[in-house]
Design a protein around this ligand. Structure first.
Ligand SMILES: C[S@@+](CC[C@H](N)C(=O)[O-])C[C@H]1O[C@@H](n2cnc3c(N)ncnc32)[C@H](O)[C@@H]1O
Length: 259
C-alpha cells in the first residue's frame, strides 16, 4: 500500500455495486439525473481533444451509463472511426442499447475494473465513471484503461473533485455551510451525494495526478471545467436548487497519454 492510498472503508461488494447502478439507471427518474454528457459543451470539449488523437479508429467509453448523446456525437463527428465500444453493467448497457444508436457504437456488459483489451484503443473517454467509494477499485479501473490503450493512446476524462464541494461550502454561511461541508471528508476525498444516497471518492487534483501517473499515464493537461453555461445553471438549479451563476459546480478535465 502506498502512502497515497485511501484506506478501504464500508465498500460495496462487486455485486452490491452492480445492483446499485443497475437500479439507479432503470429507475424512472434517471432521465432527470444531472449528467455531464447531456451538456453540449462537455461533448464538444471531448470531441475537440479527440480530434487531436491520430490515428483514431477505436474508442472505449467505460462506465458509459444509460444516456447515448456522447457516443452518438462522436460517431457522427469522426467518420474515420471504426468503432466506439461502450461498457457498463449489463442492466445499464441494455438501456443505452435500446435507444437510437449510430451503427459504429457497440455496447458490452463489462466491469470497468476488468475490461480486458490489450493495447487495442486509440482513446479512452471517462465521464464521471471513476468515482467509486473504493480507491482500490478506481485504481483498478485506471490500470485497465491504460492496458486497453495502445502506447501513445489518449485518455480524455472528466472527474468530479471534492474541492468543488468544499469551495461551495465555504462560500455559504450558517446552516447552509454546515449542510454542504458535512457531506465532505477531506482526508478521504469523499463526498456524500444526497440525491443518490452514497459516498463517492472525488479526487483532489494532486491525488488524481498521482493516480494517473501510477497507472502508467503521462499527464498532458488538467484543467478546471466550470459548469457555468445556461444549460448547466438551469440543470444545477433543477437538481440541487443552486441558482447562483457564480457558485457553479466544477470538475477536473484531464488529457493524458499512455506511456
Ligand atoms: C455517474 S455515472 C456516469 C455515467 C456516464 N458516463 C455519464 O456521464 O452519463 C457512473 C457510471 O459508471 C458505471 N460504473 C461504475 N463502476 C463501474 C464498474 N466497476 N464497472 C462498470 N461500470 C461501472 C455506473 O454503472 C454508471 O453508469
Amino acid at each position: 500500500m502506498d502512502n497515497w492510498q485511501i484506506p478501504e472503508e464500508d465498500t460495496f461488494s462487486t455485486e452490491e455495486r452492480r445492483r446499485y447502478w443497475e437500479k439507479l439507471h432503470s429507475s424512472d427518474n434517471y432521465r432527470d439525473v444531472w449528467s455531464l454528457t447531456d451538456a453540449p459543451e462537455v461533448r464538444n470539449t471531448v470531441c475537440q481533444d479527440l480530434a487531436k488523437v491520430q490515428p483514431c479508429r477505436q474508442v472505449l467509453i467505460p462506465g458509459c451509463g444509460s444516456k447515448t448523446l456522447l457516443q452518438n456525437q462522436i460517431a457522427e463527428s469522426f467518420p474515420e472511426l471504426h468503432s466506439i465500444v461502450c461498457t457498463d453493467y449489463e442492466g445499464v448497457v441494455a438501456t443505452a442499447a435500446s435507444q437510437p444508436n449510430h451503427k459504429k457504437i457497440v455496447y458490452k456488459a463489462k466491469d470497468s475494473a476488468s475490461v480486458d483489451w490489450q493495447q487495442h484503443f486509440d482513446s479512452v473517454i471517462i465521464v464521471n465513471s471513476v468515482i467509486s467509494e473504493s480507491d482500490r477499485e478506481n485504481r483498478a479501473i485506471l490500470r485497465a484503461c491504460r492496458q486497453a490503450l495502445r502506447p501513445g493512446g489518449c485518455l480524455i476524462g472528466f472527474f468530479p473533485t471534492s474541492l468543488c464541494t468544499l469551495d461551495l461550502g465555504y462560500l455559504e454561511q450558517g446552516p447552509e455551510r454546515k449542510r454542504i461541508l458535512e457531506r465532505v471528508n477531506p482526508e478521504r476525498s469523499t463526498v456524500y451525494e444526497t440525491n443518490q444516497g452514497i459516498t463517492q471518492i472525488f479526487y483532489t487534483p494532486l491525488r488524481l495526478r498521482y493516480l494517473l501517473k501510477n497507472s502508467g499515464f503521462s499527464l498532458d493537461r488538467m484543467q478546471v471545467f466550470f459548469c457555468d453555461s445556461d444549460y448547466f445553471v438551469d440543470a444545477t438549479y433543477c437538481h440541487y436548487k443552486m441558482g447562483d451563476r457564480d457558485k457553479v459546480i466544477y470538475e477536473l478535465f484531464v488529457v493524458a497519454s499512455a506511456e
